[in-house]
Design a protein around this ligand. Structure first.
Ligand code: F6P
Length: 361
């Protein structure tokens, strides 16, 4: 009998439990032993794991988060008792001691890299692309993205009614790390008037011109959807890191000022209109997955089960068109998928008069 270990790593998202369930049920159905590892790679290093039975993964399809727990810990740089240590060998030997033939890692870009490192250190791995950011290479879409986009869209809908009642502009900050998929998708679906993305450094004069033009046409409210990684042209020219959560602040564990706050202030000063801001934060990662994410997670999870049965390892499961495919991990680890300049979503946004922060090339 084969034996697999499953772990969830990085920021959680809706659909993780559905994916764990998909992997576990498919594997148990083949007679494969399934071990659930707690809190991502930390649980592997600390040997916190237990066998899962069918009953452990029943009734979790609709639940948000991950019942296994998650962490952002990396095996090769793990804080342990006040020091940061390379625990790669311990991770590998714990997997071997527990007779794990293949480690199934559910995670985003960081997880793809960490899984690749463990593979290089001697473990068989299969990964599933999970993140609300949709920024994993080698797949058309990641699970978690659709649910998060639905939450952000609903938030924009709610902001619309209050913005319109008070004739205000409201800036809404949307997650997404260094990619703008979530802000662009939710911005289009929610009918945002301005969408600012990391991929298109914004020109504040252009944004203000658009807002004043709306006023001129008696549209007395505006919604500005801002990706957390959005940057101005000036910041881009200064070579600023493409994420507003400044890395120094992250390292020191400080909470960065929401980018929406700063942009709201700039708009209020430059346009002379009343502005409010909202940062959606972790609300976007919580709660039950959409039907689309439940379906995708179940397909990804069960595809991992098929690959196991065929002995295909060191791959990420991805979606290409209609089909789940196995992509060599080496082809995706270390890459980030951002919105390409010619992406059809950008064109659609522009054609419904959405300001994207600057002229499109
Ligand atoms: O990758 C998911 C994500 O929610 C990003 O959109 C965001 O930048 C980051 O995680 C927030 O991380 P944390 O939950 O550690 O604050």
């Amino acid at each position: 009998t084969k034996c697999i270990g499953i772990l969830t790593s990085g920021g959680d998202c809706p659909g993780l439990n559905a994916a764990i369930r998909g992997v576990a049920k498919a594997a148990l159905g083949q007679g494969t032993k399934v071990i659930g590892i707690k809190d991502g790679f930390r649980g592997l290093v600390e040997n916190r794991m237990r066998a899962l039975e069918d009953g452990d993964v029943s009734g979790i399809l609709t639940h948000g988060g991950t019942f296994l727990g998650s962490s952002r810990d990396k095996p090769h740089r793990m804080p342990m008792g006040g020091k940061v240590l390379d625990m790669t060998e311990v991770a590998v030997s714990n997997a071997q001691k527990n007779h794990i033939d293949c480690l199934i890692c559910l995670g985003g870009n960081g997880t793809q890299k960490n899984a690749m490192r463990l593979h290089e250190a001697g473990l068989n791995v299969i990964t599933l692309p999970k993140t609300i950011d949709n920024d994993v290479a080698g797949t058309d879409i990641t699970f978690g993205f659709d649910s998060s986009m639905a939450i952000a869209t609903e938030a924009i809908d709610r902001l619309h009614t209050t913005a319109s009642s008070h004739h205000r502009a409201i800036v809404c900050e949307i997650m997404g790390n260094k990619a703008g998929w979530l802000a662009l998708g939710a911005g289009i679906a929610g009918g945002a008037d301005v969408i600012l993305l990391p991929e298109i450094p914004y020109d504040m004069d252009h944004v203000v011109g658009h807002l004043l033009e709306r006023r001129h046409h008696n549209k007395r409210f505006s919604i500005i959807a801002v990706a957390e990684g959005a940057i101005s042209k000036q910041e881009d020219q200064d070579g600023r890191k493409k994420k507003n959560m400044a890395s120094d602040e992250e390292i020191e564990g400080l909470i960065a000022e929401p980018v929406a706050n700063r942009i709201a202030r700039e708009i209020q000063q430059a346009a002379g209109i009343e502005v409010r801001y909202t940062s959606l934060g972790h609300v976007q990662r919580g709660g039950t997955p959409t039907a689309t994410d439940r379906l995708l997670s179940t397909r990804f999870g069960t595809k991992a089960g098929e690959l196991l049965q065929d002995g295909i390892y060191n791959v990420m499961v991805g979606l290409k068109g209609e089909h789940c495919v196995a992509v060599p991990l080496a082809e995706v680890a270390g890459l980030t998928k951002v919105i390409p300049p010619n992406h059809p979503w950008l064109k659609a946004a522009a054609l419904v008069d959405t300001c994207l922060g600057d002229e499109l090339n």
